[in-house]
Structure formats: C-alpha cells, structure tokens
Design a protein around this ligand. Structure first.
Ligand code: FES
Length: 449
C-alpha cells in the first residue's frame, strides 16, 4: 500500500522507529485507566470481527512491558470472543474518547479463562488524535453482568436497522488481518468522519472515505493481501453494538475520491453477516459541545460528492452552439476603467530558519535531562529518546501534531515545512531541529519535556 501511494522509502525508515515490541510505560499506564478497549479477532472460519470490551478503569493491567491482562469476562455470545482461544492473534486499540488519546497493541492470547485474558505484546505503537470526536462516558451497570444484555440478533445486512445505525454513525472500528510465514497478525483501527461518512449502497455494500493519516496503512495494507474485515459500529447513546463481518476492497482510482473533500482513497466493504447486540456496552457516552474533531470538519460528505459529480457531468454534456443572426439593437456596450478591486496575495510561507551549524545543548526541563544535539544527528524527538525519554508521537513525519512540545527558550526549525501546525510556542519535535539563533547567538534550547 505504501508503494502504491509512493511513500514506501520514507515509511521504511519511520516504521521501525514507531513500532515497538514492548509497551512503553506511558502506554501501560494509559491502558490501565480505560473503561473499554477495542478488540479485533478472527473466528474459526477465518472471519474477522471487531468488538468492544468494557470494565471499570483498572480492568486492564500491565504487569510488565510485554504483557497486558484483562480482568473482564467478555460476553461469550459476542462473535468477537470466538477468536480468543489460547495462542490466538488479536489486535487491540485503547482509545479515550474524552481526550482523543489512543494507543495500539497487537499480540497473542497467552491464556483465556474464567479469570480473564492475558495477552503477550508483539507490536505496540501510538496513534494520532485525528478524526476522534470528544465524548464523556459513564458506566451504567456492572460491566460483567451479561445477563442484563438481551440475546444477540442475527440480521440481514440489508435490514433497515443495520442501515440506520451505519448511516447515523460518525465512528466505527475495523479489524483486519494477514497470515505470513511468522504467523497471523491482527489489527484493529478507528475510523471517524461526519455522521453519514459511511455510505450504504443499494446492494448493501458500504463505501468509506480514507482520510489523510499516519501513512502506516495497517488496515488498507492488510486488505490488499487479505480482504477479510470485521466492523463494529457502537451506538454511544444506547450502548448497542452492531458487528459486521465480510470482505473489503481498496479503491485507488475513482472520480469520487477527488469529489470527497479530504479523502485520499476509498474502500468498500461487503458484509456477509451482521449481529446486533442491544445494550451490549455497559457504557453510555455524551457528545461534548464543540466535540467535533477539527480534521473532520474539513472533510466532505456524500451528498456534496453527488452534487459535485452531477455538476461535472452537466458541464461535460454542454454542446457548442452557433449564433446565426445578430440583431444590432441588442448589442450593448460598457466601458471599463482601471480595476478598483483590491486583490490580496496569499501570504507567502515565511522562509524557514537555518538549522544550527554547531552543537546545541538541549534541556528537557520536566524530566531534568540534558543532551547535546549535533548537526546531522537527527530530530529532537530522536535526541529525547536517546536520552531515555518517551515523548508522545504518532506519524514521526510532521503530519499529525501528536509530538507538539512547548519551546521554553531558544528556537527550532524544520528541514521542510511540516504539514501539521504546532503554533508559535510549540515545536513538532519529530522533525524539528535546533535553529541557528541569530538574535542571542545562544546555543541552548529548552523544551517542556
Ligand atoms: S509525531 Fe506526528 S507530527 Fe510529530
């Protein structure tokens, strides 16, 4: 997938820096404070399922950087639970809807018994906060009280209840997987957009825009090898979960891509089975005022796509015409003088400062560390990591803003302008370098890390 969009070389360098085979302490602490986790698993027939497993904060616990334990007992009627046998590969996504933080962890079930689940980490990595709407949560019943939940309902994917839940959704989660010579690898990811960003087509298939992201393509890359996919649509107000399993296909060439603002590609999903579990989640969420993700507000919608494509079709259907006779009295003339309209030039991007040509002492104030940056030695994030710090990051290429860090003294610059905006007082440390300080000549940079 990275080759198809021309970023394979760049991401070949970034990938190994972003993906770890252990959970850093901040991920372990993060998982322990969550009231639910998203899980992707594969059942015995090879179908992928995504689901949400809830518990009181603390139900997830990491006794060491390689292990995550669940004290929750998943509902055995959940189709996603069929893929939790000992040794099974699973994908996990911890996400806080009230802060937009999220971290991923893919691994293998070590034990699944009456006491819960124990998972061994294979890959752990952070994710950026883009496309997440802010919601506050509350627990409305005992999380393990599955008797309070009615029997799952198997539905035709074209059932109006399925379609109503999908077309109202602004969030869903998708599980995908591949098998290779090292075994099975499962991933589960978040997708967000304006309500209705998932289009239900006349044949019951779905079309989903894929917005600019971290370029890792965990989900779409898997689809190119194995189309099996599992989607879960939570109804955050009622606690209902709609789970679908079926086949996905990546669409790289379609007039609808350019017509959907923000979409860089599309993918389709053809559901084969649908399961609705009323009130399966013991949680209820309230959408925060101003809770829309700013990235989502810049995206389009399917109605505008249709109108835009209709207008383009109309335009290409115009036929040339010929004027046969001009009536002299019908010609009116108007004289034009110098233009009185003020035309404002788009402000030019300010030129980037030069990077420091010599060593710079970098002080990480909050952690009490200090390190010396040398020209050619990499970004400030790499310097922080080499000093034993574990700052938040996601894309590592200036696109997401996750690594934004306050600059307390000194100044930074970038090899090329980053896509994300950090604000005047902050630096995107994943790609920032100390700037040559022309004003004070100081060779010190102080970061709030
Ligand atoms: S980690 Fe994404 S901008 Fe730095």
């Amino acid at each position: 997938m990275q080759t198809a969009v021309g970023v394979a070389e760049r991401m070949g360098k970034v990938g190994p820096q972003v993906i770890r085979n252990f959970m850093p302490n901040q991920h372990r602490e993060f998982f322990a404070q969550l009231p639910f986790i998203v899980l992707g698993a594969v059942d015995a027939s090879g179908d992928a399922w995504a689901t949400l497993i809830a518990g009181n904060p603390g139900f997830l616990h990491s006794p060491d950087p390689q292990t995550l334990e669940f004290a929750a007992i998943p509902d055995p009627r959940d189709p996603g639970v069929a893929g939790l046998g000992d040794g099974s590969a699973i994908g996990l996504l911890g996400i806080e809807l009230h802060t937009r933080r999220r971290n991923r962890m893919n691994g293998r079930v070590v034990t699944h018994d009456a006491g819960g689940l124990r998972v061994n980490v294979e890959h752990a990595f952070g994710n950026c906060p883009q496309y997440i709407q802010l919601r506050d949560w509350q627990m409305v019943r005992g999380p393990d009280d599955h008797l309070a939940v009615s029997q799952p309902i198997a539905l035709d994917p074209k059932d109006p209840r399925v379609q109503a839940l999908i077309t109202a959704a602004d969030t869903f989660f998708v599980a995908s997987y591949i098998d290779d010579e090292t075994g099975r690898h499962v991933d589960v990811s978040h997708r967000g957009g304006k309500s209705g960003f998932v289009r239900v087509n006349a044949d019951g298939s779905l079309t989903i825009p894929d917005f600019a992201g971290n370029l890792h393509f965990n989900t779409l890359g898997n689809f190119l090898i194995n189309p099996k996919a599992g989607l879960v649509f939570p109804d955050f107000e009622t606690g209902d979960l709609l789970q679908l399993t079926g086949d996905a296909e990546v669409v790289l060439d379609s007039s609808e891509i350019a017509a959907f603002a923000g979409a860089e590609r599309l993918w389709t999903f053809r559901p084969r089975r649908a399961v609705l579990r009323h009130e399966a989640l013991p949680l209820r969420f309230v959408f925060r005022p101003e809770g829309w993700s700013p990235n989502i507000l810049r995206t389009g919608d399917w109605d505008r796509v249709r109108r835009r494509l209709d207008a383009e079709k109309l335009h290409s259907n115009w036929r040339p015409f010929r004027v046969e006779r001009i009536v002299e009295e019908s010609i009116h003339a108007e004289a034009f003088g110098p233009a009185s309209v003020d035309r404002q030039q788009a402000p030019a991007e300010p030129a980037l400062a030069r990077a420091a040509a010599g060593p710079v002492d970098v002080v990480f104030v909050r952690s009490g560390q200090e390190a010396r940056w040398q020209p050619g030695s990499g970004s400030l994030l790499e310097l922080a990591e080499a000093s034993g710090l574990t700052p938040d990051f996601s894309c590592r290429n200036g696109r997401c803003g996750t690594c934004a860090t306050r600059v307390l003294a000194g100044s930074v610059t970038y090899p090329s302008p980053p896509a994300a905006r950090a604000g005047a007082e902050h630096a995107l440390i994943c790609c920032a370098l100390p700037a040559a300080d022309k004003v004070s000549g100081s060779n010190q940079l102080v970061l709030d890390l």
